[in-house]
Design a protein around this ligand. Structure first.
Ligand code: DX5
Ligand code: ZN
Length: 218
């Protein structure tokens, strides 16, 4: 059961200190948005390269961008250990996932709330993580969409049938009050932005989230 705090809710003027504040987490989740795939603009490769130089924990990059076929491999080549792209945006998701792995990263595919899982199940041999969005991508601090949990269950079931080290990540509205249902449904990597960076103490919030998830380990 892994926790991946989203730096989208961190202080962008102090990202090095904000990464160190969550060093007891498993990953640091970095939301790359291009103002086209989602209606928001955050940061890109030059900032991610700077984060890689100072982060005490590996980066989990969530690319909410158009044309990931072209841009995503550069994140893997830069040293990002987990690169997730949206299947809706990719022309050839299978080839892209293979390229990410060849560059040394774990490959992840993300599904927006309106995107069904079944058409993409056949990609499992090429992916290391499936990200089920539990809000509409674009912004932190939104309310958790409980109606996405059946999709988490379906992905977990596919992963169980397929076998192997494939993780199921949830992202959006994950907090002390929603993480247990996510874990129970089959998630094992939990992204949390406002629940971590909005807490009085980020490190304590990470430990609390993990403690809530662990009893539901699959
Ligand atoms: C939303 C991003 C999330 C966001 C989560 O598009 O993908 O990673 O930072 O923020 P919270 O945890 O506040 O919902
Ligand atoms: Zn994200």
């Amino acid at each position: 059961m892994q926790i991946s705090p989203s730096i989208l809710s961190a202080d962008f003027a102090n990202l090095e200190a904000e990464l160190h504040a969550v060093r007891n987490a498993d990953w640091a989740h970095v939301d790359v948005m291009d103002n086209h795939f989602v209606p928001n603009l955050t940061l890109g490769l030059p900032v991610v390269e700077a984060l890689l130089r100072v982060s005490p924990i590996p980066l989990d990059c969530h690319l909410m961008i158009e044309d990931p076929d072209r841009w995503a491999p550069q994140y893997a080549e830069a040293g990002v250990q987990s690169v997730t792209f949206h299947v809706e945006a990719a022309v050839d998701p299978r080839a892209l996932a293979m390229t990410l792995r060849a560059a040394g990263a774990r490959s992840g595919i993300a599904l927006k709330p309106g995107t069904p899982w079944e058409p993409y199940e056949e990609l499992l041999p090429e992916v290391d993580m499936v990200l089920v969005m539990t809000v509409e991508p674009g912004f932190g601090g939104q309310s958790f969409m409980v109606e996405q949990l059946p999709k988490v269950r379906a992905v977990r079931e596919s992963v169980r049938r397929h076998g192997g080290e494939i993780w199921v990540q949830v992202d959006g509205g994950v907090s002390m009050s929603t993480i247990e249902q996510c874990a129970e449904a089959g998630a094992d990597v939990f992204v949390a932005g406002s629940a971590v960076y909005g807490a009085a103490d980020a490190a304590t919030a990470i430990d609390e989230l993990r403690d809530l998830a662990v009893p539901h380990r699959h």
